[in-house]
Structures are given as C-alpha cells and as structure tokens.
Design a binder for this molecule. Sequence first.
Ligand SMILES: Cc1cc2nc3c(=O)[nH]c(=O)nc-3n(C[C@H](O)[C@H](O)[C@H](O)COP(=O)(O)OP(=O)(O)OC[C@H]3O[C@@H](n4cnc5c(N)ncnc54)[C@H](O)[C@@H]3O)c2cc1C
Length: 419
Amino acid sequence: MEKVSKKYDIAVIGGGPAGMIAAIKAGEMGAKVALIEKNEKIGIKLLMTGGGRCNLTHVEKSIRDFCSKFGKEGDFLLSPFSVFGTKETMEFFENNGVELKNEKGKVFPASEKAKDILNVLVSLLKKYKVDILFSSEVKEVNKKGKLITSISLLNGKEIEADQFIISSGGRSYPSTGSSGDSFIWAKRLGHDIIDTKPALTPIETKEQWTKSLQGISLEDVSISLFCNQKKESEGRGEILFTHFGFSGPLILDMSRIIGDLLEKGKVKMTIDLFPTKNAEQLDKFILSVFNKNRKKHILKCLNDFFPEKFSAFILNFSSISFDRKGNDITKEERMRLVKFMKKIEISIVGLLGFDKAMATHGGISLKTIDSKTMKSKIINNLYFAGEAINLDGPCGGYNLQMCWTTGYVAGQNAASGVK
Ligand SMILES: Cc1cc2nc3c(=O)[nH]c(=O)nc-3n(C[C@H](O)[C@H](O)[C@H](O)COP(=O)(O)OP(=O)(O)OC[C@H]3O[C@@H](n4cnc5c(N)ncnc54)[C@H](O)[C@@H]3O)c2cc1C
C-alpha cells in the first residue's frame, strides 16, 4: 500500500457541507487538514439544495424550538448548537461576503444561488490550506485498539492522521456520492447504527393525472391522511405536483408518517384547496367571485386563485365546461366545484426511496457520540458530523444547519486534540 508522504493532523472524510465546515474550522485553528472526497468535485448535493437556491438554515424563536424539530433526538443538538447555531452560521456566511435573506424563517443567499455558498466554502478551504483530495474514495478506516491509524483509499493510497472526522453523509440521493459508507465504517468500529430509512421523500400515487400538472405548486393547502379509512393525521402547507405523484415541503415533511401508515394498510389522502373556509363559506366566496365577474369565463375567474392549468383541471374534474361565464353557473355546478375543492381524493401507492429522499432517517447512534465535542465514545481520535448521524429534521433549512453545527464542533474539537 502506497502511503501519502504527508502526515496530516486531521483527515476529514466527505466533502459535503459537514465535512467542508469541519475542515475549515480545523484549518483556521492551525491544523494541517486533508479533506477526502470520492467525487471529482466537492459539495455536489449542496448545489442541489433548495432547488438550487440553498435553504441554508432556519430562524426559530429559540435554540430549543430549533432542536425540537428533530423529534426526540433533538436534545442532542442543544449543546453543539450553543456553540455554532443559526445565528453563528448566518454571521459566518455574512462575514464572508454572502448577503442572506429570510423568507418566513427559511434563510437563503440573497442571490438565490447555492453556488455562492459553495464558493465561500471553497475559498476558505483554500485560505486555510486544506488539501482537498478529489476522486479519492475511502475504502477502509483502519484501527489499532481504540485509535484510528489510517485510511485506505480505493486507489491504493493510505492516509495517516492524528484525528479523523467521518462526514461522508447518509444514504439519500446516492447519485451525489452519499452511499452509506459512513454506516459501514462506524459499525465496524463498534458504533450502533439505527436502521436507516429514506426521509423527506416524495410520494407515488395511484392517480396518473398528477403527471399533466407536473411542476405546479399550491402554496397553502391542507392534507388529511387516512389509513384503512381512519383519519390519522393532517397538515397544512405547500405541495408540488410531479410526474409520479406529489412532492413539496408539506408532502416531504409528512412522508415519515405516510411511510409508517403504508406499513399498516391502505393509505389515502384528501387535499383541501381552501383550508381557511368550510364548504358553506367557500360556496359564498365562489358566488361572490362569480357575481363580480359575471361576463368573465369561469376559467379566468379561477385563474385569480390557481395556475391556469390547475384551474382547467378543476373544471374538468367537476364536469364544467370552460366557456361558461360567471353569471351562468348553476347552484348544482357550484356545489360540485366546492365539493371537489374541499376534498380531492388520492390513493398513495408508496414513497420514493433513497434515490429521491432528501435526508436519511436513522444512522450512527447518538448514544455512541459525545454531543459536546462530536467525538466518538468508542474510538479516541474519531469524530462524526452531518447526515451520517442519527438526526433528521423537516424541510426548511434544518438539515443543513445540523451539518454546519455538528461539522463546526467536530472540526473545532478535533483541532484541539491535535498533538
Ligand atoms: C435534492 C435535495 C435538496 C435539499 N435541500 C435542502 C435544503 O434546501 N435545506 C436543507 O437544510 N437541506 C437540504 N437537503 C439536505 C442536505 O443536502 C443534507 O442534509 C446535506 O447535504 C448533508 O450533508 P453531509 O455533509 O452530511 O453529507 P453529503 O452532502 O451527503 O456529503 C457527503 C460527501 O461524502 C462523500 N463520500 C461518501 N462516501 C465516501 C467515500 N467512501 N470516500 C470519500 N468520500 C465519500 C460524498 O461523495 C459526499 O460528497 C437537500 C437534500 C437533497 C437531496
């Protein structure tokens, strides 16, 4: 096995958000760092985030509110978050020249370009002289007793370092490089792995008509979920029509419960397009709209509320001809519209798997990691960061923030431990 001539203070495996920030922090503290990435580029998944706009964090009222979004595992984040949370992350990017904007708590670069976030990280890696080893797939993490001694690469090289950080992601979107290797190494090194499942996944429906509405999103609808005809859950937010069914923040956030229900029986969902109005109020509202637009085609009237393609779909499903005008809609037709708008019924066939999941549920058990330092409780010179850890939050910038937080703390503590 060919050894890399240089011995590093810290070797970071995985050039995603968690690994990049860990390497930057450790480099800033003076450590000699190698960032090892199997792809030809770093940050491939980061560039896809937020539809290319990168929803990099979320502003919550308090640290506790933020952490509670990670469910019962969220308490683990309280300590690292007090070191590098939302505020510090925003300051970090702003101090490095990225203007940010806040959209109802979701924070994006003002340019709406994920590339601007990646560019800052790349320039800091350069500034702190981090060696980025591209096209370098880690095959094995070698240990002796309670210490990692080196990392073996698929290309035959071996990397030696004092401290090691595993930040090689989970199993979601494997096309970006995150193929679950973190779990294999962590397990071999003695850590428990909580069973992994795709999280934040789009859903597949029996109905094929969603295909014709692909790309249309509805910002504020409510969804009710039924399993074996019993109502189990509801939620409100934005949905997106896709060629296989639905995606969008509300669907992605509800995908965990949908997955659980699918294991129990037949799952249906109903969509309410006007969640703030009951049927009677909606009928009155529609009547007032039609009365105000007596000479206008009904399709145009609906366009005030929905994208045209979706308005046409509503009329088709309610069996109302497009050329009818506001003043010649019968009460019976109005009732059909109201009924449809309040309850569009969908049969859910399944969840899309890891290929289209935005996060991984499960992963390296929190019981085997010290939350103050992100250090392994089993191996003395090993740290973990990012999606590889058993932490997954909802849509809205929570998952990236978890990566910035755990990566920063891992980098900081690994650098403090350098001899
Ligand atoms: C389409 C999409 C949109 C998203 N949008 C958002 C959003 O807007 N906001 C948000 O908060 N979150 C979002 N997420 C989630 C977010 O992208 C992840 O939480 C985050 O990328 C995880 O970072 P990470 O560094 O832990 O892992 P990753 O980003 O997965 O990076 C891990 C890196 O390790 C490398 N690697 C893996 N195995 C090896 C190996 N054997 N040897 C060497 N290198 C290896 C991989 O190639 C990869 O580069 C989105 C996810 C997806 C898929």
